[in-house]
Design a protein. Structure first.
Length: 403
């Protein structure tokens, strides 16, 4: 098998996923096409340089439906001979797109790919696809389905994380994200979004709330307490699965959970021959990829077992990893990861995460791979691991190594 290298990683700024968000006027198709064009232009590629575009997006209905990847290719300046594949592994869709592309390159099924994803959460709301895991009793009852926020609170209860610990992590995420922007750490990867007249719509992540304090967060009510304890009473469902729990401690709220945002990200992946043919220098090698299924009720613990799996598959240990990106879907997810591996918090989400910057579902996996690569280069470190929890009980991970 051949090596798969990362030649470029680009993303849009993340806009607030609301009607007053800066990217609200832009469709998922338009944003995807503009980012594909940016990758093409940044790397001097001809329109038919890559084998395929693999594109993740989670809510695949309406304007995000109908194989959005193919539509994005046709709307871009890429050649129509490039097909386009849309995939959905919930929050890990962007990462899975990268991993799938890398593994096809390793197997010799094409020399180069563009992989990533998009989610316009302000235009196509999360859950509007009516996912069977939530609405079909035949699976929801079997899996003791509860919403993700309840799952995050179960993790906090099961592993002993307090509201104060979660809020501390959220405040630190805001501080780190603000510092990263102030120091220009995202400059290499962020592609400003412009309208058809070339006027800038957004050139900076706009969800951030710099200066957030513990006192600010203390004023927020637990977001999932009512649906847990009152109607429809998901706490009782969870405790059927976990009868040793006397109660669920509801510690999560808007401030220590990921933000609803719009955004897209892309990674250019190819073998050595691809790089030489286009005059490109590889930035990193994709050393390992992994995915795993986990308990669908607690749902969000996947980063721990999938990290164990990818390390074992790669013949590595946790001490071999210099930096980590663990998606901040909820504070308890990251707290559990650091607890399980006794990881130095200074090595995890160095530039903040989704609690500060937002979580555009289908794009986040590709975003954190790019962020990890940029930070490895900034610190002159060698190896990084990116991982996400995934809805309905899954986990995904990627290990990259600078070259």
């Amino acid at each position: 098998m051949t090596d798969a290298f990362i030649y470029d990683a680009a993303r849009t700024p993340r806009g607030k996923g609301r009607a007053d968000g800066s990217l609200h006027e832009v469709t998922a198709l338009a944003l995807s096409a503009r980012l594909l064009n940016a990758v093409k232009e940044r790397n001097g590629l001809d329109g038919n340089a890559v084998e395929d575009v693999i594109w993740g997006n989670v809510t695949q209905v309406k304007e995000q439906g109908g194989c959005l990847a193919r539509s994005a290719v046709l709307a871009s300046d890429l050649d129509e001979r490039i097909p386009g594949l849309s995939i959905n592994r919930f929050c890990a869709s962007g990462m899975e797109a990268v991993n799938l592309a890398a593994n096809q390159v390793k197997a010799g099924a094409g020399k180069g790919y563009i992989a990533g994803g998009v989610e316009m959460m302000g235009r196509v709301p999360m859950g509007s696809d009516g996912a069977a895991i939530a609405v079909d009793p035949s699976v929801a009852m079997k899996t003791y389905f509860v919403p993700q926020g309840i799952s995050a609170d179960i993790i906090a209860t099961e592993y002993g994380f307090t509201r104060e610990e979660a809020d501390n992590l959220a405040v630190e995420s805001q501080r780190r994200a603000a510092q990263a922007w102030q120091e220009g750490r995202f400059a290499r990867s962020v592609v400003p979004v412009r309208d058809q007249n070339g006027l800038t719509i957004l050139d900076r992540d706009e969800y951030m709330r710099p200066g957030t304090t513990m006192e600010d967060l203390a004023k927020l009510k637990p977001a999932f307490k009512d649906i847990g304890e009152v109607m429809p009473g998901f706490d009782k469902v969870a405790m059927l699965k976990y009868p040793h729990l006397e109660r669920i401690d509801h510690i999560h709220h808007a401030g220590n959970s990921s933000g609803i945002v719009d955004g897209a990200a892309a990674v250019l992946i190819g073998n050595e021959e691809f790089g030489k043919a286009h005059g490109l220098k590889p930035r990193a090698r994709i050393r390992g990829t992994a995915k795993i299924g986990t308990d669908p009720t607690i749902m969000l613990t996947g980063p721990v077992p999938v990290t164990e799996k990818i390390l074992a598959d790669s013949g590595m240990s946790i001490s071999d990893i210099d930096l980590f990106e663990v998606n901040e879907a909820f504070a308890a997810v990251v707290l559990r990861f650091m607890q399980a591996f006794q990881v130095d918090p200074g090595k995890v989400n160095v530039n903040g995460g989704a609690m500060a910057l937002g979580h555009p579902l289908g794009a986040t996996g590709a975003i954190i791979i790019g962020t990890l690569l940029d930070e490895l280069e900034r610190q002159d470190k060698e190896v990084g691991l990116a991982t996400l929890c995934v809805a309905s009980g899954m986990g995904a991970a990627t290990i990259i190594e600078r070259v």
